[in-house]
Design a protein. Structure first.
Lengths: 775, 159
């Protein structure tokens, strides 16, 4: 393989300058000519019939341009199940559901008018627990669920609120438990948390008064999918809808699907062509956008004295909130690998995605993997403890290696898991006695070590298309539908184009995202971009390069196949001194404003779809990401506070296109994982009301909360990936809470089964242990 | 009630007539059009809207415009030194301290305030100074490193 010039190098981000100067324009910053300002009335009821809405006073309020309710916007959308009205229709299903909206000449006016809308409700019984809502005799949250349009892989459950029941069936778990020497059954829980991207949600929309075309400006991470969803809901051809993406201030899964967009569109139909801006404030973003599924995870395993695992059975309840959103696919893709990256002959998983009367849950960085890992990776340590084995040795004995057929029927390759285990463990001196650690001699501090590993699939099959335009100045523009959400895709994709065209990085830029001109991309989710869009951009750059070579061949009096590219120039391999700048080639043939365009599309094909009876698939994912994280923790015996001393994170990325960016992704993921382990918890009372919708009460990690973090890049190349790359965005937080949980258990000698690992929770677990000892 | 005020904004005397209760954040973003200062919460909890007010870092979402007559205000748009990036801006670029960028303006203004007051901060000093500036992307490690680099660069320039 020829030497890489840009790929694999720690190139600084191409978007950093505009961000450090404040010049970057985000969705929240966007001002459109003649725009009006939208404000929303949210439901104060978790589950209620709407008896009456009176908008009369609000409509008459000076400065109000439009007031809309569900009657004015009779549209239903939904990615997997079409169940969600643009604005509540006839009933509300959670506190925070948009009921009505106002557009006015300024924000203050809109806010004042919203308060004048009167609504009468009649309460209905509300569910906050997924286990209770899943019961066959539960009251239906969606009375017409059977009639909703659903994706064809969805299998509703027995109860009226189970919108998906996923089944994985491999071997015979009962026989496996009979064959075991030790059987262990446990229950773990994960609370609802929130993405809390620093930029709150917003959307702008306009309906063109002449053409009727709908334009939506929104920092959405999957504009093509959002366009599809709007088009289905409005029953309008796709070419009559346009999405323009301003910059996005973080998303982590919360800004895909439709959030503020439906409200902006509903209003835009009543403003005589004026664009509408709807901004959610922080509290509104907390209660009315998206959350991460709370989960209840039952896990039962059988092991033999020799350390092999004979069987594992799991039941997982995913608390989906009031609408399906991505719950069915989180349930499926989170439940398939939930039993962990281990060789287990007999496996049974039942995953239930359940409607409740809570804010809507959906995709969150990690897509169901963190919930399963919190349970299974601690359960793995408990099994090792009962076997008298070292948790690392127990994992090394059982983890997947190349050539293993996973319990969902797929033969695995490029498995870098063992290397991540070894490197993450080494970075916290796994074998070294805990007594010798700094801090361990401080009275009242108990020190422990722990680790956890994960395997993460990516959304498959999916397509990415890209274009690369090279102009007569020798500059390239990358046309890709991947959304820069902070992860660094614009830099990565530019590196790939620069590599294939042999251009310096400062000659390559990415085009702004507008669905009218940018080629299709499935979504900026699932850690799929470097692999899928990377392949597409690579192909498009090669296509452009070939076209330039065709133009250059006669100029250089040689054959196309004898040409080579370097440093922005093209030349005959035998005459490198007679080089032409590629811009000059284009100019000579096509004029000073001429361009050459290359295009390519990449689709990962799967041979066989998911079998709905067994959950098996022979190619469930384009690639798999592997990671291990390890923690050293100090627990204060008096207060129960767990303080992290050090964390390592070893991630198999296939190939680091940009090692600086990879380290940044790992550190950022780790910090988010630490937050979800120690602090984060959306506190929701029995009535379904979020009690901490602010950064004062919802504790994100600060610069003071973090330990020394050691990011480690492992490169186990994926043959289909560009330069061997896999993905990295999501796994950074997936094993973190379990690694910390294992360290806490090692420190205090007893296990905590629920998140977060707050001082209070750890304190009471320690108290219980003392009581048990005394008794 | 509208009030006439004169402020020095990014080194330029500026006369304004503003409602007294208008927040500095909204004044900057909506009335003056400087959107580099970001709104993350509007309640003083996240630091995204940090600007320098008379040399001190403040959350601009907690300041009423009516109090600002005679004030000196520096926003992210005023951080560059002529056409050049300020060393702290350059360090954020070089070290990878920027991801989505939404916290970056506030983070930079807080770092600038710290370095003005303490040219040689320890890692702990830096972490303490930026502990009111939330970042959901970076895990802060590269931001802390960037501020350390900038402090070295600024001290080298002074000698």
């Amino acid at each position: 393989m020829e030497d890489l010039t840009v790929v694999g190098k720690p190139v600084t981000r191409i978007d950093a300058d505009e961000k450090v100067t404040g010049e970057a324009v985000y969705g929240y910053d966007l001002v459109l000519p003649n725009m009006v300002y939208g404000k929303v009335l949210f439901s104060p009821k978790a589950h209620a019939k709407i008896k009456r809405i009176d908008t009369e006073k609000a409509s008459r309020y000076p400065g109000v341009v439009a007031v809309v309710t569900g009657k004015d916007a009779p549209w239903i959308h939904g990615e997997s199940i079409r169940d969600k009205p643009f604005l509540a229709q006839d009933k509300v299903r959670y506190i925070g559901e948009p009921v009505a909206a106002v557009a006015a000449v300024d924000e203050d006016t809109a806010e004042a008018a919203v308060r004048l809308i009167e609504v009468d409700y009649e309460d209905l019984p509300a569910y906050t627990s997924a286990e209770e809502a899943a019961r066959p005799d539960a009251v239906a949250i969606h009375e017409n669920f059977a009639k909703y349009r659903k994706m064809d892989f969805i299998v509703p459950g027995a109860g009226p609120n189970v919108c998906e029941h996923f089944k994985l069936r491999t071997g015979d778990v009962d026989q496996g438990f009979r064959d075991a020497d030790i059987v262990l059954e446990e229950r773990y829980t994960v609370p609802i948390i929130q993405h809390a991207a620093m930029e709150p949600h917003s959307a702008h929309a306009q309906v063109d008064p002449v053409s009727g075309r709908v334009t939506i400006w929104v920092a959405n991470d999957a504009p093509f999918r959002a366009l599809h969803e709007i088009s289905e809901a409005l029953n309008m051809p796709k070419e009559r809808i346009r999405f323009i993406n301003p910059l996005q201030g973080g998303g982590f899964g919360s800004k895909g699907g439709l959030k503020v967009e439906p409200i902006a569109v509903a209003l835009a139909y009543h403003t005589n062509g004026r664009p509408v801006r709807v901004k959610f404030n922080r509290e509104e973003s907390f209660i009315s956008t998206l959350t991460r599924h709370g989960a209840i995870v039952h896990v039962k395993s059988g092991v033999k004295i020799n350390g092999s695992i004979t069987a594992r059975a799991m039941t997982i309840y995913w608390n989906g909130g009031a609408y399906a959103e991505k719950s069915p696919t989180v349930c499926i893709r989170g439940s398939v690998p939930a039993p962990g990256p281990y060789r287990i002959p007999n496996v049974k998983v039942d995953g239930y995605a359940v409607y409740t009367n809570l804010p809507v849950a959906g995709s969150f960085r990690g897509y169901g993997i963190p919930q399963g890992a919190w349970a299974v990776e601690q359960h793995t340590d408990e099994l090792a403890r009962r076997l008298g084995m070292d948790p690392l040795a127990f994992r090394l004995q059982n983890v997947f290696v190349d050539g293993d057929v996973a319990y969902w029927g797929e033969e695995l390759h490029s498995v870098g898991l063992k290397e991540t285990l070894e490197k993450a463990a080494a970075a916290i001196e796994w074998g070294k006695k805990v007594d010798a650690l700094p801090g361990s001699r401080v009275k009242g501090l108990k020190i422990g070590k722990g680790l956890a590993c994960i395997q993460k699939p990516t959304r498959s099959p999916t397509t990415s298309s890209a274009g690369v335009i090279v102009n007569a100045r020798g500059e390239a523009s990358v046309l890709a539908g991947t959304v820069e959400i902070g992860q660094g895709c614009n830099t990565i994709l530019s590196q790939i184009a620069a590599e294939e065209l042999k251009l310096p990085m400062d000659k390559v830029r990415t085009a702004p995202l507008d669905t009218d001109v940018i080629p299709y991309d499935a979504s900026t989710t699932s850690s799929r971009s470097t692999y899928h869009m990377g392949n597409a951009v690579k192909g498009a750059a090669i296509d452009a390069r070939e076209k330039i070579a065709e133009l250059a061949a006669p100029m250089l009096e040689g054959k196309k196949e004898d040409l080579a590219f370097a440093d922005g120039k093209i030349f005959l391999k035998r005459h490198p001194e007679m080089a032409l700048a590629i811009g000059d080639v284009i100019r000579r043939k096509l004029g000073p404003e001429g361009t050459v365009r290359g295009d390519a599309s990449y689709t990962y094909q799967i041979a066989k779809d998911l079998d709905l009876e067994t959950g098996h698939s022979d190619h469930a994912s384009a690639f798999y990401m592997y990671a291990t994280q390890a923690a050293i923790v100090a627990v204060d015996e008096e207060t129960g506070r767990a303080r992290l001393l050090r964390m390592s994170a070893a991630h198999d990325v296939g190939k680091a296109i940009n090692p600086l960016n990879c380290a940044a992704q790992i550190e950022g993921g780790l910090a988010m994982g630490i937050g979800s382990a120690l602090h984060e918890h959306l506190v929701i009372d029995d009535n379904g009301k979020v009690r901490n919708p602010s950064f004062l009460d919802y504790h994100l990690v600060t610069a003071l909360d973090l330990p020394e973090m050691i990011p480690i890049i492992v490169e186990c190349a994926e043959p289909e990936g560009p330069y061997g790359a896999k993905g990295l965005g999501e796994p950074g937080l997936a094993p973190t809470p379990a690694a910390i949980g294992n360290a806490v258990a090692d420190a205090i000698g007893t296990r905590v089964y629920d998140l977060p690992l707050s001082p209070e929770r750890i304190f009471w677990v320690m108290q219980q242990k003392k009581k048990d000892k005394a008794a | 009630m509208k009030k006439k005020i004169q402020i020095t904004l990014n080194g330029k005397k500026t006369d304004l007539e503003v409602p007294s209760h208008r927040l500095l954040l909204d004044l900057l973003r909506d009335e003056i059009g400087l959107t580099g200062t970001k709104e993350g919460c509007g309640t003083g909890d996240c630091g995204a809207c940090t600007v320098l007010l008379n040399g001190k870092a403040v959350n601009s979402c907690l300041i009423f415009s009516g109090e600002l007559d005679g004030a000196d205000i520096v926003t992210i748009e005023g951080l560059k030194i002529g056409p050049e990036l300020h060393p702290v801006q350059r360090a954020f670029v070089q070290e990878g301290g920027v991801q989505c960028g939404y916290c970056t303006s506030g983070m930079l203004m807080m770092s600038k305030a710290l370095l003005d007051e303490n040219p040689d901060p320890s890692e702990e000093d830096i972490r303490f100074a930026i502990s009111g500036n939330l970042c959901r992307c970076t895990g802060y490690a590269k931001i802390v490193k960037a501020v350390q680099d900038a402090s070295r660069e600024l001290r080298a320039r002074r000698t």
